[in-house]
Structure formats: C-alpha cells, structure tokens
Design a protein around this ligand. Sequence first.
Ligand code: PFF
Length: 453
Amino acid sequence: MSAIKDRDAFASTLGAFAATVGSAVGLGNIWKFPYLTGSNGGAAFVLTYLLAVALVGIPIMVVEHVIGRRMRLNAVHAYERVVPGQKFWSAIGWAGLAAAILIMAFYTDVAGWVFAYVFKSFGAFFMGTKLTPETFGALAGGTWEPLFWQLAVLALTTGIIAAGVSKGIEKVTKTLMPLLFILLIICDIRALTLPGASAGVAYLFKPDLSKITATVLLSALGLAFFKLSLGMGTMTTYGSYLPNATRIVPNATRVALTDTAISLLAGLAIFPAVFAFGGTPAGGPGLLFNTIPLIFSQMPLGGLFTALFFCLTAIATIGAMVSLIEVPVAWAIERGHLKRPVAAALTGAVMFALGILATLSQNPLMANVKVFGKNFFDLFDFVSSNVLLPVGGLAIALVGGWLISKKDFTEEMNKGYATEPWHGRILFAFIKFLAPVLILLILLNSLGVIKLA
Ligand code: PFF
C-alpha cells in the first residue's frame, strides 16, 4: 500500500473514471473523428469504428488497466516485469514513450490552434467580425503564431504535470466536461434543425458497405486506439493509479461509451451543418475550424457560443495532453529518480522539439519536405495511430491473454466482485482470441498480405 500512496493513486473510482475519460476525450472526438469520417466515406467508417471500439478497444483497455494495477509501475517497467523471465516486453513501454512524444508533436499543434481560436473567437465576438477559412489558413500556415500557441499549450500542460497528477485538473475537467456536453447538445439542436440537415444524419448513420476498404479498416482501428488512449501505455500508467475497489470491466466500458457518445454528438453537430451549407464532408483536418464558426454564426449570440465552444474544446484537450505527458514522466521519475518538475520540463522540451517539425510542416516554407510521401504532421499521426498503437495493442493483448497466468489476470480483472461476474469469461475470450486476431487481420490487410477489403 505504501508504494501506491507514494505513486499518487487516484483517490476514488469516480476520480479514476473522470481522469480516464479526461484522457480519452479530446481532439480525437471533436476534430479527428469528424474529419476522418468525412474523408473515409461517412457511415461505413462510423460503423467500422464502433465495432473496433467494442471488439478491440474495450478489451485492450481492460488488459492495460489489469497490468497497470497489478504492477503499480510506469509502462516500461510494468511490461518489463509482467512476464517473468521475458524482459523484452518492455519494448511495449518503449514504443509507448515514442508514441507519446510523436502524438504530442502534432497534438500540441492542433491544441495550439484551438487555444488561439478561443482568443480569436472572443475577439471576433466583441469586434463584430467573423472567423473565416482564411483566418484558419493564416494561423495553420503561419510560423511564429502557431509555434507560440504550441509552446503555450506545452507550458500549461507540463506545468500541470509538474505540480503533480493534480486533483485540481481532475476537478476542473469534471466541472467543465458536462458544460462541453451541454454546448455540444445545443450545437446539435441547431445543426439538426437546419433545412437539409437530414442528409448529414444519413451520411453518419446510413452505411454504404461498399465503402469499407483497407484504408477504412485501418483508419477506424487506429482511431479506436487513439481515441481511447490505447496501445502505448497511457492506460497502463493510469491503471497503475486505479483504486483496488474499482471494477475494471464496467469502468472501461463506461469510459468507452462516454467517449463514443461525445464523438457521435460532435459528428451530429458538424455533418448536418456541412450538408445544410452545401459544404464538402471530406473537409480534412480543417473541418472543425472552418465549420463550427459557420454553424454557430447562424444562431443568436453565435459569436459568443463559438468562443465558448473553442474554450471547452481547449479544456477537453488538457486531460488528454496531461495523460500523454504522464507516460514518459512516470517512467523518468521511477527510472531516473528525477523530480517531477524536472521530468516534466525535459519531456516538454523533447515534445516541443519534434512539435516544431509538425507545426512548420503546414508552412509554405516546408511544403515540399516529405518523408514517405507525407509531411511531418501527417507522418507523426500515421506512424503513431496506424502503426505504433495497433502493434502495441496486439502485443498487449498477447501478454494479457496468453503470457500472464490466467488466474492472476482474472483475479485482478474481477477485483471488487465476490464471484466471477457474467462478463468475465466473455471479456477474457475477447482478449485472448478476438481482439488480437482482428488487429492482426487488419494490419496484414493494410500491408497487402491478405485481402479483406
Ligand atoms: N484520446 C485522446 C483524444 O482522443 O483526443 C488522444 C490521446 C490521449 C491519445 C492519450 C493517446 C493517448 F495516450
């Protein structure tokens, strides 16, 4: 118990739930999910994504929480020690550290745009002006402005981490998440009552199965991992802070459901409006920044709502970024015996160094710098979401389902129950067979080794 106390465990199951939802909910819901849906053909993508969450996402989250809580260690040390005599599984933790840094490199770029938009939208509201696609183009394609915001976002989040796995931020997100939820619903009502909105709803919910291609399968799987912060040790690290009383399976299921609900609500706010205004759903990463101001500007006090919406999106990004920084920081503290603020500052510096590459890749100066045909922003996103996280998830499923003693695993998974709950065996079968087989099939399919779609 003393080790747990030293390690800053979450105080309660509700706190653990809030922090975990805080990690899951972020730009993935409000920015990535809508634009990937738009560029991958709509409802067929949504359906594939929902299946990926249910069949792969929840089982992997359970494994990560089980291993984290069993080991009560950072990701590298947890996987190094979880299978006796097989230290090389620490590779999962190392790949996780790499993924955390790569994701933060582009995540802080986009989060920086969101924070900039908080100020721009308040400015526009008070000056009576409008935010246009040109506003966004100038920001994302600029030099000092996006770098300034990226640095500001990193300073804020590393500051929070430096101060401890802060109860303050948990409380703040707990208060502001419902507000984000309410604003999303207001936005949904507005969007759904626009003339022509039904085309947007059909786009989200009426799948055309012929649109399921290898790219769609891989993107949906990658998004499920990214969305639920899986495959890279974040949920293992948070699992190591879980109270013993928390029932892991219901907690993970609730987190996945909440997160999915928020993604769908974001889609319902954006697509009906896109169709109503005759826009194109395949708007790419700019969808959020170009569409939301447009929708809100149609409502009374729309400028103010735009500002509030970006405010809350900004706050939603904080919980996710904090969890990303915590992965290397937890390792640095436990490995290097570094003080938390020092570990946070070093991690932040590394993230900023790579972040500059991601941010400036949108700048005309670097328009021609490509690696494997992608600019740095897209490369970091692709390598982390579509390679590191699914491969990490596959390894995690193998460790949890095959290499740890089943007795130890199920004992940890079912803690909090007097007898094995009904879902115990089902979940274990998903972990052992279904999740790894699906991940493997999708990876082989995307490599062209087999042909599913
Ligand atoms: N889940 C976050 C989102 O959807 O915005 C992003 C994220 C956080 C990914 C933490 C990975 C992670 F470890």
